[in-house]
Design a protein around this ligand. Structure first.
Ligand code: PLP
Length: 377
């Protein structure tokens, strides 16, 4: 029996044509023809004016951390229910991490929890659009403005999501995206920093190019270039950009295929899944079960029937590394999602037969776990 995989990265065949072309062009290191093409695509599609493509979303977050010029004692508020990089990029650059909790009925961060954590030392708020579902970004934007702190969107999974038509990634001073193979659009690995607050543009260009003013040199603004700031090797290669562009050309197709699966799951399992079913980019479909025991039994059932269903995230405030560095935090909702959330397979290669089987086995698994109560709530 062939196992139904949780994720299979999408490929269109156009990637190889673009990579073959980039080899012909003899410019492979970065900031070339295909980086420009990807840049233009982002502008046309989402109005992202200032794009810095990076080897990963983690790199884009690290660039952001460097742009903040963090000093000892500076606090950065991050959602506990997220991937390690959301916090680690800032922790690695000297920030004290302060955790905000999830909402009661959504893994996304709670705006009230964020506001309650703001102190005179808060420099920035990082939000995550969990699994591509937009968080309460309008409220959080208002909070950030009110307290004069920088807002960063970790939009790793959220390319194409929007709030009232405004693209995710255009709310924060900064936004970061991932093109890791687990995301909707991929170049194997890959990332993007969108800088919306133009005050940071000059330094972003410098940090992007290893802390040098190389960009200014090529514009003829200085007569030689050298070391002027912090930075690292944050450019993606042209090979990565070419592959990415090959994927971006199939963006609509990817979205349609994922949405087709998502809609079928949602029509079956709406009542134990996400409460907000719009504006997302069909990146992920999750269920919330009543307890860890039932969640684990459900995963076991799915696996026994050839379906890879998976949990995540380990809430960051529970990591022993984090406790040692930043102390204890109380995030009961993040704890609940860590214990009770499970994700179903969603990708472009799923056949209708496989989708049917996932739905059938999910129903069977829910009965097995004796979930009638949850389904009625
Ligand atoms: C995937 C992901 C990342 C990391 O992305 P990379 O491109 O692998 O560095 C960071 N944050 C969130 C929320 C993610 O989902």
């Amino acid at each position: 029996m062939n196992k139904i995989k949780f994720n299979i990265p999408f490929t269109s065949g156009k990637e190889i044509e673009c990579v073959a072309d980039v080899i012909e062009r003899k410019h492979l290191a970065g900031k070339g023809f295909y980086t420009q093409k990807c840049n233009q695509w982002m502008k046309d599609m989402f109005n992202f004016e200032h794009c810095f493509f990076t080897p990963s979303c983690t790199d884009a977050l690290e660039m952001t951390a460097l742009l903040l010029n963090l000093k000892t004692g500076d606090e950065v508020i991050v959602p506990s229910y997220s991937f390690v990089s959301t916090a680690n990029a800032f922790a690695s650059n000297g920030a004290s991490i302060v955790y905000a909790d999830s909402q009661e009925y959504s893994p996304n961060v709670d705006a009230k929890s964020i506001e309650s954590k703001i102190t005179k030392n808060t420099r920035a708020i990082v939000v995550v659009h969990y699994g591509g579902y937009p968080c309460d970004i309008e409220s959080i934007q208002t909070i950030a403005k009110k307290h004069g702190v920088i807002l960063i969107e970790d939009a790793a999974c959220a390319l194409g999501s929007n709030v009232k038509g405004k693209p995710i990634g255009s709310f924060g001073d900064f936004a970061t995206f991932s093109f890791h193979e687990t995301k909707n659009i991929t170049s194997g690995k890959g990332g993007l920093l969108v800088v919306n607050n133009t005050i940071y543009l000059n330094r972003a260009a410098i940090i992007w190019e290893k802390g040098t003013n190389r960009a200014a040199f090529f514009k003829g603004e200085v007569d030689k270039y050298g070391w002027v700031d912090y930075g690292s090797s944050f450019l993606n290669s042209e090979i990565q950009a070419a592959f990415l562009y090959g994927q971006l050309m199939s963006y609509e197709k990817v979205q349609a295929a994922r949405m087709n699966v998502w809609n079928q799951y949602f029509s079956e399992f709406a009542e134990i899944s996400q409460k907000v079913g719009y504006r997302h980019n069909a990146h992920l479909f999750y269920l919330v079960l009543p307890s860890e025991k039932e969640r684990d039994a459900f995963i076991k059932h799915m696996n026994a029937n050839g379906i890879q269903a998976v949990f995540h995230y380990q809430a960051l405030h529970n990591s022993s590394f984090s406790i040692e560095k930043f102390g204890k935090f109380d995030c009961p909702n993040a704890d609940k999602f860590e214990r009770c959330l499970v994700r179903l397979p969603i990708h472009c290669s799923l056949t209708q037969g496989e989708v049917n089987k996932v739905i059938e086995q999910t129903n069977a698994g829910l009965t097995d776990a004796n979930l009638s109560l949850v389904r009625e709530n």
